[in-house]
Design a protein around this ligand. Structure first.
Ligand SMILES: [Fe+2]
Length: 944
């Protein structure tokens, strides 16, 4: 018999109040009733405590050795929220019996009892909490000042762990009298992230016996995070210390009394599937992407994504907004002015002070004010960029704005201090942007070697493939698209293969391809009906002896004038340096960049990280209790994603939004991403599987990560595999603690429901795919969780943070093109020969407004001071299970070591792809970061 016995006390408060809400960070089980109380007019409405129960833990649940050294009572929780009434649930573990016959303890208890008896039957307590930083905008703050409840306070009530409430139908603990935090009203003003200590005095009711839990009610507007409650001299028990913390239990190991509430809480989180969801709701549900278009605006009609074989898509979070009258299949859109109010479950809202909040405002402002204003401005001044120097001037001298009224109006509408820095009024030109890193050290961004290097160490290093056949053939249906096979011939490349034949080069894994032809060709005819004129491209590359790549040929294709069935019309360009051919070669590379930029943003960034992750978040919250170990494992990796995705639907990826304005497929952008989702295969998101599939590596059990890279110096893969393996080891250690064998996986009904829901409700358009892990073994769980963490952390970072540093110079990395290569004998061709810069600029659209948008986003994406990167958590008390804590510590150490390894590799000249001709080190997968625009650091989640 263990010397310690433990008891579970669970308290759940049922609240009335539509504003009641909880930031579920680490909370236990709780629920909130969906009420309709108007906080401002009916402040007196009470909430009721619904449930309180306790029951013994199974005998096998013995406190870890380390915990025995800690205080005897622990609570889980709590974010208390605006405006008040929130309460919650917290779970408590309490030591009922101490080590037998401890004379020191017995003496202490005697003393405490004596103290209590002399203190007029009152119990003194101390509460430590941290106020949340106020993220409200000015108007909201003002509203809340005006409508502030007159009697704002925070009160606590003790709940008995041993005596039930005789008036209640079910077993629930006796509730003590409310006691208020002393001095609360006088300590409210500075909203800083500092700890505050408050006293509280409880009237002691003997029927409480032993406090096993407490309710805390916040009637004020300010949110806070409760850290601890310490009770002094509890009769018969002495000092009791509650630490807000989370406990972890598999469903089968959960104390019986908790199981019901654990399940009930999940029912609440799943909601009813009906009605419009409000700000205070904590309901996670699924919906189609039927909110991107606007049926009432003929220019903004867009297909519904998801729910069809034509446009399959991952699901998004449901908002329940009314459906359009004109097209009831579509959800109505929020007015633009209310963009930031788009529903996401309360716990998913940005709840911390970070750049994302600024970014949200900035995106809104850019969209609402700047882009239209600048479009007007640049429509009036179409000849601003005639030479390459004009563009450099943008970076070095700022954007010229002749209209001072415009500037003033932007300044007025753009109140953020950070933005004001860009809108200079000190005589300097406004909108002066930092020189993108890629041209900072060296102006070699035009070099073929840099063009190729960025396929291995740029912002989109996830598309390049090993070439397995020459000429490349197409998998597009010939009945629909005719002959789409490549028109490249051996003649095009044979003299540049280091003495090898084409077949020998392929056999020796020296040929690679960046193929955007397959993805884009089916849409090219439509895309070219917009202001875009572009090609679908295939780029062939050769791996040189020094480990760098060089482009051999670029094939530019577009659909036949007389119909798709007649196949592609293609031309093949090979490297040239001088004359018209040199300009055309540069243009060919630019078209590749245009293709790659759009594919990157739509598919590699948005679809493969943001969009595919959201269903996992929804399913996790609906099916895994906050007590569940897998919930705890994944939760940090879901931070802010639903919020940024929702804001994205409102301002970025919607019809006419920023994405459509800044990627070449224009209004077809999102439906192309839906077509690309057809090819998404969950297990292939694992980095090793992805590399093998792309022919960039082969399986090799003797290699450290189980695969051998075919380009040894492939920085994304080299760094990525280190990170991947570190994540996998951590996940394996963690899962092995809770799942001792496969049977435990199979019997975990929450886990099984979670996985079923991921497939059937989160990614239902792919539910019949045979590749889904069956989730019957620990190995499958480990691989699955590793993939999710990889996608949300390192993969997102690899394709996100380098956007401005690598792609901020639109001459070599344009995102749009507006005409095809001029034909021989035309005036345009003559101009191309005589004035190549002008011809280049006329072909490649340098959109100042898009530079503006990207630049601002980049500036706003600077790492903030509270960034939580891989290997860190926002609290060190995220679990009390010591083995997982130790494993997490090892994970952090490993990541630090990786950091150092990458730094060392970056110093070695022999790794040429790490620095390239532009002298720009590959740092995107360095795990840690400092504050600011660092171009490195791996945040835990997809948060921007
Ligand atoms: Fe992102």
């Amino acid at each position: 018999m263990a010397p310690w016995a433990w008891t579970w006390d669970l308290c759940i408060a049922l609240l009335n109040g539509r504003f009641a809400r909880i930031d579920g960070r680490g909370s236990g089980c709780f629920r909130i009733a969906q009420g309709s109380t108007n906080l401002f007019t009916d402040q007196s409405e009470d909430f009721s405590v619904e449930i309180f129960q306790r029951s013994p833990l199974p005998a096998s649940c013995v406190a870890p050795e380390e915990l025995k050294q800690q205080s005897s009572l622990h609570a889980d929780l709590l974010w208390l929220d605006i405006p008040a009434i929130s309460v919650l649930a917290f779970e408590l573990k309490r030591c009922l019996s101490r080590k037998a016959a401890d004379p020191v303890m017995e003496e202490e208890d005697r003393n405490r009892r004596m103290r209590y008896e002399t203190d007029e039957r009152r119990i003194k307590g101390t509460v430590v909490l941290m106020k949340k930083k106020n993220l409200l905008n000015f108007e909201e703050r003002l509203d809340r000042r005006i409508f502030r409840p007159p009697d704002r306070k925070v009160s606590l009530q003790l709940i008995s762990a041993v005596n039930g409430d005789t008036d209640a139908k079910e077993l629930r603990g006796k509730l003590g009298k409310p006691a208020q935090l002393e001095g609360w009203n006088s300590a409210n003003t500075p909203l800083m992230s500092e700890y505050f200590t408050f006293s509280v005095t409880f009237d002691w009711d003997e029927e409480i016996g032993v406090p096993g839990a407490f309710l805390i009610n916040n009637y004020d507007y300010d949110e806070f995070y409760l850290k601890t409650l310490t009770l002094e001299a509890v009769p018969g028990h002495g000092r009791l210390h509650f630490i807000c913390n989370s406990w972890t239990y598999l469903p089968s190991r959960t104390p019986p009394a908790l199981q019901y509430y654990r399940g009930e809480e999940l029912v609440n989180l799943r909601g009813t599937g009906t009605g419009e969801l409000e700000e205070s709701d904590r309901v996670y549900d699924y919906d189609l992407y039927n909110d991107l278009g606007n049926p009432d605006n003929a220019n903004h009609l867009r297909p519904i994504l998801g729910g069809s074989t034509e446009f399959p898509y991952p699901r998004r979070g449901r908002t329940g907004r009314p459906l359009s009258r004109k097209d009831p299949r579509c959800e109505t859109r929020l007015p633009f002015s209310e963009s930031l109010k788009i529903y996401v479950p309360r716990d998913e809202r940005f709840s911390h002070f970070k750049m994302s909040d600024f970014a949200a405002y900035a995106l809104q402002s850019i969209f609402q004010f700047l882009i239209p204003e600048f479009e007007v401005l640049f429509d009036r001044t179409p000849s601003e960029l005639d030479t390459f120097e004009d563009l450099l001037e943008l970076f070095e001298g700022g954007i010229p704005i002749p209209d001072n009224n415009l500037l003033e109006s932007i300044r007025e509408k753009f109140p953020l201090e950070m933005i004001k820095e860009l809108l200079r009024s000190d005589g300097e030109r406004p909108f002066k942007f930092p020189l993108p890193q890629v041209i900072k050290e060296d102006k070699s961004a035009w070099a073929d070697e840099e063009f190729a290097r960025e396929m291995l160490a740029g912002v989109n290093p996830v598309v390049i493939c090993g070439l397995k056949e020459f000429p490349p053939t197409s998998k597009l249906d010939p009945k629909l698209y005719g002959n789409q096979n490549s028109s490249m011939t051996k003649e095009h490349i044979k003299d540049h293969l280091d003495g090898l034949t084409v077949d020998e080069a392929m056999e020796n894994n020296r040929l690679f391809i960046l193929d955007h032809h397959e993805a884009l060709m089916p849409y090219l005819r439509q895309i070219n009906t917009t202001s875009t004129r572009t090609y679908a491209t295939r780029t062939l590359l050769f791996l040189k002896r020094d480990g760098t790549l060089t482009p051999l040929a670029i094939e530019l294709s577009f659909p036949h004038d007389k119909g798709d069935q007649l196949g592609a019309v293609s031309r093949v360009q090979t490297p040239a340096e001088k004359g018209a051919e040199g300009t055309i070669w540069d243009l060919a590379k630019a078209y590749v960049a245009v293709n790659d930029s759009g594919y990157h943003q739509l598919v590699c960034h948005w679809l493969h990280t943001h969009a595919v992750t959201e269903p996992f978040i929804i399913a996790t919250n609906r099916q895994l209790s906050v007590l569940h170990p897998v919930y705890k494992l994944l939760h940090p990796h879901f931070r802010d994603t639903m919020n940024i995705n929702a804001l994205g639907r409102q301002t970025l990826i919607n019809a006419g939004g920023i994405l459509e304005r800044t990627v070449f497929p224009g209004k077809f952008a999102m439906e192309i991403s839906a077509v690309m989702y057809r090819d998404w295969v969950f297990p292939e998101q694992a980095l090793p599987a992805d590399l093998v599939k792309r022919g960039m590596a082969v399986e090799d059990s003797k290699s450290p990560h189980g695969i051998r890279l075919l380009i040894e110096a492939y920085p994304y893969a080299v760094d990525g595999l280190k990170i991947w393996s570190a994540i996998r080891t951590w996940v394996e250690d963690y899962c092995s603690f809770y799942y001792k064998n496969d049977e435990v996986i199979q019997e975990d009904h929450e886990l099984q429901s979670w996985w079923e829901e991921v497939k059937n409700k989160g990614h239902p358009d792919k539910k019949h795919e045979s590749w889904w892990p069956k989730m019957q073994t620990r190995e499958e769980l480990v691989e699955t969780c590793t993939i999710i963490i990889w996608i949300t952390s390192a993969l997102h970072e690899a394709v996100n943070v380098g956007q401005y540093p690598y792609r901020g110079y639109p001459l070599t990395r344009p995102a749009m093109s507006r005409r095809l290569i001029p034909k021989h004998g035309t005036p345009e061709y003559d101009e191309l020969e005589k004035d190549p810069e002008k011809a280049y600029l006329k072909t490649i659209t340098v959109q100042i407004q898009s530079i503006l948008g990207i630049s601002l986003i980049e500036i706003l994406s600077k790492h903030s001071s509270d960034e939580v990167v891989l290997g860190q958590r926002d609290t060190s008390e995220w679990t009390t299970d010591m083995e997982p804590l130790k494993a997490f510590g090892r994970f952090g150490k490993r990541l630090k070591a990786i950091e150092q390894e990458i730094t060392e590799m970056n110093k070695e000249e022999r790794y040429k792809n790490r620095i390239g001709p532009v002298r720009m080190l590959y740092t995107l997968l360095q795990p840690s970061t400092e504050l600011g625009l660092t171009g490195k650091g791996i945040p835990n989640s997809v948060s921007i």
